[in-house]
Design a protein around this ligand. Structure first.
Ligand code: NAD
Ligand code: 6OH
Length: 484
């Protein structure tokens, strides 16, 4: 049986306890994972501190950026191993891992290597009322050791989205990937060695949240900042854990995102776009639309077209290039999603399609598959409209005018993303700007430029990452004022 180990100071290290890594497509055990206890987390943080004070902390920006490009090259060189490991851990279709997850991991390193090289300094020429003159400029300094905690839905993509800017800014890191998906973060350790990243700059500790590696890392007094992607409730627990040592946090949390289709939209483009926004990665993307609002003149036609689209999506073996839908991540997560499918019925929903578990007549029946599901007819106050489900499911509701659509879309405690579908340019801008979220797409969804601000409002997070926003989080500014 394969053993996935912690990666500390350039060495693969065993812990005392182990847990299993399960393939969600058939329930088989892929590997045993060795858990980091408090003393291994101490070792990882200590090794990151030493590396920060050693060669890495002294490297210039040019050299750091060059090595991050080498990391991207090394990911590319091992592309198939990364894809296979990600598919086995998550059950996501191989076509998706090959076009999204692994290319984006490499792109994250390139984007932040280039961003740090291009970053200028903030400066101003100062004149006081009494006539003194000065030059102010702010120099960027790394924070030190950054703790990075990530979820299972886009494991390597989301991990490298934080590791890359943290290293670009000159920090060292200890990462705690999700217990569900430990493989690619560990493989990245081998890549770091090949790319000439000094020992201790990138460390991996495995385990769970409470009373395990996640909590040990967030509470650690020698960790300078914590960056986290995951559930809003976990974000709240982490906020408590970091409070005594006043660590800066960056949180990318859950969503209950709206898609709004106006009657003047390009109908086919909108059906295809919203179908992707609902069902990509079996609905397990924080940006997925679980609330779809459609203007009344096209409502019935839209619901029918979205149903037909959902019914053509092929669930199946994630290693088959023709598979569109993999399983959910775990039996436990499927129980949660199924409980919402049942709740929707008790709340009065009409099931347009789905609502159950598909049957394959093969080993896939031991996996955690679920049918893509569309509901209509729920009141906006229903729990299924208010709470994040994180599965391949949406509710479609009609609206009459722009004002009503905006009010419905904004009636949530979350505020991550929205998508607006219209051919009316002015309306597209107007509605997009009135969304109470961090990211709004018009006539597209999950179209990414890594320089743009990314994050959410309300329960969806704290802060923004992306481009200079990441550079600002992963560094401290020291303003220097020089009297002229
Ligand atoms: P999760 O919050 O359960 O777990 C995320 C990570 O936190 C895991 O590594 C877990 O072990 C760790 N963790 C759990 N409790 C902890 C604690 N008390 N202290 C320290 N670490 C702890 O989330 P998940 O189920 O893995 O991922 C799904 C969630 O992530 C969804 O809510 C989704 O919307 C959200 N998400 C948000 C974004 C975004 O960018 N906004 C991106 C992806 C996923
Ligand atoms: C959530 O599941 C997806 C998050 C995506 C990003 O953080 C990104 O940078 O594209």
């Amino acid at each position: 049986m394969k053993l996935i180990q912690n990666y500390i100071n350039g060495q693969f290290v065993r812990g005392r306890r182990e847990f299993t890594d399960v393939n969600p497509a058939d329930g088989s055990v892929i590997a045993q994972v060795t858990e980091a206890d408090q003393s291994l987390v101490d070792d990882a943080v200590g090794s990151a501190r030493n590396a920060f004070q050693g060669e890495w902390g002294k490297l210039g920006v040019r050299e750091r950026a060059a090595r991050l490009h080498k990391v991207a090259d090394a990911i590319k060189a091992r592309f198939d191993s990364f894809v296979r490991a990600e598919v086995a851990d998550t059950g996501k279709p191989i076509a998706l891992a090959s076009r999204l997850d692994i290319p984006r991991a490499a792109a994250n390193f390139r984007a932040f290597a280039d961003a740090i090289k291009m970053a200028g300094l903030e400066s101003c020429q100062t004149e006081t009322p009494s006539g003194k003159t000065a030059l102010n400029y702010a120099v960027r300094k790394p924070l030190g050791v950054v703790g990075i905690i990530t979820p299972w839905n886009l494991p390597l993509l989301l991990l490298t989205w934080k590791v890359a800017p943290a290293l670009a800014c000159g920090n060292t890191v200890v990462v705690k990937p999700s217990e569900e998906t430990p493989a690619t973060a560990t493989l990245l350790g081998e890549v770091m060695q090949e790319a000439g990243i000094p020992n201790g700059v990138y460390n991996v500790v495995h385990g769970f949240g409470p009373d395990s590696a996640g909590e040990y890392l967030t509470q650690h007094p020698d960790v300078n900042a914590v960056t986290f992607t995951g559930e809003s409730r976990t974000g709240a627990a982490i906020m408590k854990a970091v409070a005594p040592s006043v660590k800066p946090v960056s949180f990318e949390l859950g969503g209950k995102n709206a898609a709004i289709a106006f009657a003047d939209c390009d109908f086919e483009e909108t059906v295809n776009g919203i179908s992707e926004a609902v069902f990509l990665n079996t609905g397990q993307v924080c940006l997925c639309a679980e609330r779809v609002y459609v203007q009344r003149p096209i409502f019935d036609r839209f619901v029918d077209a979205l149903r037909r689209k959902a019914e053509t999506l092929r669930p199946g073996d994630p290693m088959d290039v023709n598979t569109d839908l993999g399983p959910l991540i775990s039996a436990q997560h499927r129980d949660k999603v199924i409980s919402y499918y049942n709740l929707a019925r008790t709340e009065g929903a009409t099931v347009v399609t789905g609502g159950g578990i598909p049957k394959f007549g093969s080993v896939l029946d031991d996996g955690f598959y679920i049918q893509p599901t569309i509901y209509t007819g729920l009141p906006e106050s229903a729990r299924c409209i208010k709470e994040e489900i994180f599965g391949p499911v949406c509710h479609v509701a009609p609206f009459d005018d722009e004002e009503q659509a905006v009010a419905m879309a904004n009636d949530t405690k979350y505020g991550l993303a929205a998508s607006i579908w219209t051919t009316n340019l002015k309306r597209g801008h107007r509605v997009a700007q009135s969304m109470n979220v961090g990211i709004t797409w018009v006539n597209c969804w999950f179209l990414r430029d890594l320089r743009t601000p990314f994050g959410g409002v309300g329960l969806s997070g704290i802060g923004r990452e992306g481009g200079t926003h990441s550079l600002n989080f992963y560094s401290e500014l020291n303003n220097v004022c020089v009297r002229l």
